[in-house]
Design a protein around this ligand. Structure first.
Ligand SMILES: *Cc1c(COP(=O)(O)O)cnc(C)c1O
Length: 440
């Protein structure tokens, strides 16, 4: 839930990465996204080493949509992970930051011609194809640019992971992938094998996010292996790569118990041994963690700006950020934990609703948070905001987006500057229409 390097002094002052929240707020202002560099690197290394230990050696790809900026791309490269992108913008960021194109996996149920062209000409490592029309389009564009498009087919294995409806993707009624329930996945395979400018390397399935069990990951690998066996019998095709997606859950509060990566890896390895035909090499396994790399490494620091108690005695504590920097509570009832800085253990407790500053009643960060009683001007940290916060941020209400700062052993490294009011207006143009009345 809290970053690995979290410490709290007897006076209640909190530090991350060896820097006090007070110092971070003074230097960078609030709201502020803070990332604990050591937490990120440790998790990347765990994934990299766990997959590397498989036979044959697997790979981890960081799913950039959880959190991406130039510096993060550089960290992914330093740690030897591959990188997942889901749009031209993420791909552009990766390429501009110098990430090797062949280590990039290009996802997304929509890829425009412009995006496919960028991927093809840059030499992206795998295109994860999501529809028959995309397969045709990719073949046509690859022919035009005299390329061979490396492809994984996205399969929908029909696995119903227990998570929020909006972040389930492996069940049959999903907008993602080719379902195994009917013959659509077989049609995709037929088309892929017949497409001259497409090289089919294997299969991909991502079954959802914030999954707190082990079995769905193993069932996913087994479903892909059974599909592979069918195509081996039918056409002699055997995958070189099985990409089993991301989705491993994290601790948003004390009640969450995430699955153990090493157990997943061992059980997937056993499935590979059991389901690979005797004369063949098991495919290389790729896992694509996003949330489980960055969520718990991150915190958002706010300043308490207002307090009120409404009829019935409920207390609201309002901070200088909210749904613009963290849409997840409003979008899918996400739970978070928070802590007030600078409160000794014997300071009075309270239960309060941590509210944002945006003009929506739904802009509530935490309903019924247990806090040391805050006062206007206090700093509040909301934990585990490293994933799907900055990457989903907006300028709703024309509130500029916060800065992102990484911390490590007493040093702060500014990864993304705070937006300004000028930035918010930067693309605006003055009115051209001269009419004061509209001709009706
Ligand atoms: C979002 C996504 C991931 C990462 O999911 P997490 O829950 O953040 O680990 C991996 N693969 C694909 C295809 C995704 O869309």
């Amino acid at each position: 839930m809290r970053p690995d390097t979290y410490t709290k002094n007897p006076d209640g002052s909190i530090a991350i990465g060896g820097i006090s929240l007070q110092d971070l707020a003074r230097e960078f202002g609030t709201p502020l996204y803070i990332l604990d560099y050591a937490s990120i690197v440790r998790r990347m290394q765990h994934y990299r080493d766990a997959l590397q230990s498989m036979r044959p050696a697997g790979r981890a790809a960081y799913a950039g949509k959880a959190f991406l900026c130039r510096a993060m791309v550089e960290v992914v490269q330093q740690q030897g992970l591959m990188l997942d992108v889901v749009s031209g913008g993420e791909l552009f960021t990766a390429l501009k930051a110098g990430f090797p194109a062949e280590q990039i996996i290009f996802h997304g149920n929509v890829k425009t011609d412009e995006e496919l062209e960028l991927g093809l000409t840059a030499g992206v490592g795998q295109f994860v194809v999501d529809s028959l029309s995309e397969l045709e389009r990719l073949d046509r564009l690859a022919r035009r640019f005299s390329r061979q498009a490396p492809v994984l087919l996205r399969i929908t294995p029909g696995i119903d992971a227990h998570t929020h409806d909006f972040i389930r993707t492996g069940h049959f009624d999903s907008k993602f992938g080719f379902g195994l329930a009917d013959d659509i996945a077989d049609q995709a395979m037929e088309l892929a094998l017949a497409s001259e400018h497409v090289t089919t390397n294997g299969f991909h399935a991502h079954i959802g996010s914030q999954i707190l069990e082990t079995d769905p990951f193993v069932a996913n690998a087994e479903a892909l292996l059974r599909f592979s066996r069918r195509w081996h019998e039918r056409a002699g095709f055997w995958p070189r790569v099985l990409d089993i997606g991301g989705g491993i859950g994290v601790r948003y509060d004390e009640t969450d118990t995430p699955p153990v990566l090493d157990v997943i890896v061992q059980r997937v390895e056993r499935a590979l041994e059991a389901l690979t035909p005797p004369d063949l090499e098991p495919p290389q396994v790729i896992m694509e963690p996003g949330r489980s790399i960055v969520a718990e490494a991150g915190a958002t620091l706010y300043t308490v700006e207002a307090e009120k108690t409404v009829a019935g005695g409920k207390m609201y504590v309002a901070v200088d950020g909210g749904m613009g920097d963290n849409i997840r509570p409003a979008l899918y009832q996400a739970r978070y934990g928070a802590e007030v800085d600078g409160k000794r253990d014997d300071a009075p407790d309270c239960v309060a609703t941590l509210a944002g500053r945006y003009c929506e009643s739904g802009d509530i960060l935490i309903e019924g948070a247990s806090l040391k009683r805050p006062q206007v001007g206090d700093l509040v940290a909301v934990w585990a905001t490293g994933a799907y916060n900055y990457s989903m941020a907006s300028t709703y209400n024309r509130v500029p987006r916060p800065a992102v700062v990484a911390v490590y052993e007493g040093t702060a490294d500014l990864w993304v500057e705070r937006e300004t009011w000028e930035d918010v207006m930067r693309l605006d143009k003055p009115l051209k229409f001269a009419q004061r009345r509209v001709n009706a």
